[in-house]
Design a protein around this ligand. Structure first.
Ligand code: XMP
Length: 516
């Protein structure tokens, strides 16, 4: 792989994705790895990410200098560029001149790294320190008004660096810098694509499970749908998929899984109707954390019950179930390995997130993949667009979108309102501009309204459209007024007991995306 060395910026994952978009497989490693550890992974290229620190600071992240002696083509970006400069004997200085945002850069020397690019171009900068002098043996390739050394190269050693961020779309020719580095400087072919990933994963899954039987929990979401389909592609009917209907799903989701998904994959599916159990367990509860815990617990119970049945059945056939599919994605792997503790704001619960004491070996075919890659694979496997293109939906479902106690009646109201909002957003062609749009029922709030000739005393529905890259931060999406108006009219006209629609205009932080 190409190894992306993470200096602690949020940019490492973005770089890894861009490298893959260039058709080259990449993985992220922390900057603390030694040159030997890096070498042991046989990298075909190395990219050093940006980072929030100054190379001068006490405890600023460093890199084992041996990494530059491995003979592996290496590209330093921003902080990574400065680390490379300093480690190899160049000079990094704090001139007090900061560059932030769109900046004009000028190419001053032709080089493979910036090949095919206009001499003047717009790049995205974010730095205080700068490389004042390139190390011996390096040629300066570009400058800006404030930065004399904005890019450099040592072709003989195949070491390159840029002060700007080629991985962000605001850098006009950023992706081409990465592609020049990968394809031209490092000579790597573009052969990482969803077709190859499927073939590779199918082979891996077969090697792991052999003739063993496999269980999978489908949630209706993208990750479990694609991981299950991949495993089915690999081992066919050795796989049994279980779908637990907890009654907190959106309108039409169960049918999508039971009909469209099964039709397109041929997966053998067992649906467990646990709606009543969940409602009974949630009766009288309005505290959000309490609800989450109950939903998580009931999910595990329901799963264990069906699993016990299946295990008994399989054992009777002398063929026990030994494997469990999980839709773990690469960002989860990177973030949980990252170690640095982030505050637990909400106890996120994944339906499909299962108890630890299960006696199963996990099959995780998406462990190396980003979400957009998972979607591409799902499409290639022929899954319904309604599932593959689905926006994120929390495991506890509509249970945490009813502020107040969850009842069958309230779920019915929310399902209708949500279906209208989704349909209108799709009809307006806004799906790609919105990360997700929770629709929330304020079940304990009533307000006075007038409908027809009469006074009403109904509930408000909240629309929470947000734009985001990764759900860690978000901004409220500026939806067109006419679309909002249509949604509002339809909901108040068509959904009983709702007489008001309000818009949530809070970013995250301070608000979270969900209301509970
Ligand atoms: P918040 O509300 O924390 O949500 O800003 C961030 C993202 O996570 C989703 N979310 C969940 N997903 N289980 C999940 O699988 C959960 O318990 C859960 N709670 C929130 C939320 O929809 C958003 O995409």
């Amino acid at each position: 792989p190409v190894l992306v060395v993470d200096f602690g910026a949020q940019y490492a994952q973005l770089i890894a994705r861009r490298v893959r978009e260039a058709g080259v497989y990449s993985e992220i490693v922390p900057h603390t790895v030694s040159a030997e550890e890096i070498s042991a992974r046989n990298p075909v290229g190395i990219v050093l990410s940006g980072g929030p620190s100054s190379v001068y600071e006490e405890g600023a992240p460093r890199l084992d200098p041996g990494v530059f002696e491995l003979g592996v083509p290496t590209l330093g970006i921003c902080y990574g560029f400065q680390v490379m400069a300093r480690t190899l004997g160049g000079e990094v200085a704090n001139t007090g001149l900061r560059e932030y945002g769109a900046t004009d850069a000028t190419i001053i020397t032709e080089n493979v790294l910036l090949e095919g690019q206009p001499v003047e171009q717009n790049v995205w900068m974010s730095h205080g320190d700068q490389v004042a002098e390139a190390p011996a043996g390096f040629t300066v390739l570009a400058r800006t008004a404030a930065t004399a050394v904005a890019a450099f190269a040592n072709d003989e050693r195949r070491l390159y660096g840029v002060q700007w961020h080629p991985e962000v779309k605001h850098s006009d020719h950023g992706q081409q810098v990465l592609e020049n580095f990968l394809h031209k400087a490092a000579g790597l072919p573009a052969d990482w694509n969803s077709g190859n990933v499927i073939a590779e994963q199918v082979e891996k899954i077969r090697a792991q499970v052999g003739s063993g039987r496999v269980l999978s929990a489908l949630s209706g979401g993208v990750d479990s749908a694609v991981s299950t389909a991949l495993v089915h592609e690999a081992v066919g009917d050795q796989l049994t998929a279980v779908f637990i209907d907890h009654g907190l799903l959106r309108k039409g989701e169960r049918e999508q899984v039971e009909n469209d998904y099964v039709a397109s994959t041929g997966v053998r599916l067992i649906t467990v109707d646990a709606r009543e159990t969940f409602l009974n367990a949630l009766a009288g509860v309005s505290d959000p954390e309490e609800k989450r815990k109950i939903i998580g617990r009931e999910f595990i119970r329901a799963f264990e019950k069906v699993q016990a049945d299946l295990i008994a059945e399989a054992a009777a056939e002398g063929d026990p179930i030994r494997f469990l599919v999980q839709g773990t994605l690469y960002p989860d792997v990177v973030e949980s390995g990252g170690g640095s503790g982030t505050a637990n704001i909400k106890s996120h619960h994944n339906v499909g997130g299962l108890p630890e004491d299960l006696q199963f070996e996990l099959v995780e075919p998406l462990r190396t993949l980003f979400k957009d890659e998972v979607r591409a694979i799902g499409r290639q496997l022929g899954l319904p667009e309604a599932i593959v293109g689905r926006q994120p939906f929390p495991g506890p479902g509509l249970g945490i979108r009813i502020v107040g106690e969850v009842t069958a009646d309230r779920l019915e109201i929310l399902r209708e309102a949500d279906a209208i909002a989704r349909a209108e957003l799709t009809a307006a062609g806004l799906d790609n501009e919105i990360w997700q749009c929770p629709v929330v029922l304020l079940a304990d709030v009533r307000s006075v309204g007038v409908q027809g000739d009469g006074r009403t005393y109904g509930h408000p529905i909240v629309l929470r459209p947000v734009s985001s890259e990764d759900a860690m931060t978000a901004d409220w999406t500026r939806l067109p007024y006419d679309v909002l108006s249509k949604i509002s009219n339809r909901i108040t006209n068509e959904v009983r007991d709702v007489n008001r629609v309000v818009l949530d205009v809070t970013s995250k932080p301070p608000g979270t995306i969900e209301w509970e």
